[in-house]
Design a protein around this ligand. Structure first.
Ligand SMILES: [Zn+2]
Length: 78
């Protein structure tokens, strides 16, 4: 799994969760993700229960289309 911002790799979903990755976030209206812990801290800000790219970085940081695998694993476990 790769960070959609910097492209760093996580060994597994479990590792990513432990490291504090953000499973998905919004770049304006576009859903993106995941983001590693470093990028989450630098580029994302929480608003209304969802993570958004900080306004000054919007449309600049994401390198790929959204990947939903991580989101599905995290949120569909129950
Ligand atoms: Zn990153």
């Amino acid at each position: 799994m790769k960070c959609s911002i910097c492209g760093t790799d996580a060994d597994s979903v479990d590792t990513a969760i432990e490291e504090g990755w953000t499973p998905y976030f919004f770049d304006g209206q576009v859903e993106q993700g995941p983001a590693c812990a470093d990028c989450s801290g630098k580029y994302l800000v929480g608003s209304g229960g969802e993570m958004q790219v900080r306004p000054k970085f919007r449309s600049m940081v994401c390198r790929r289309e959204a990947k939903h695998i991580f989101e599905d694993l995290v949120f569909n476990q129950n």
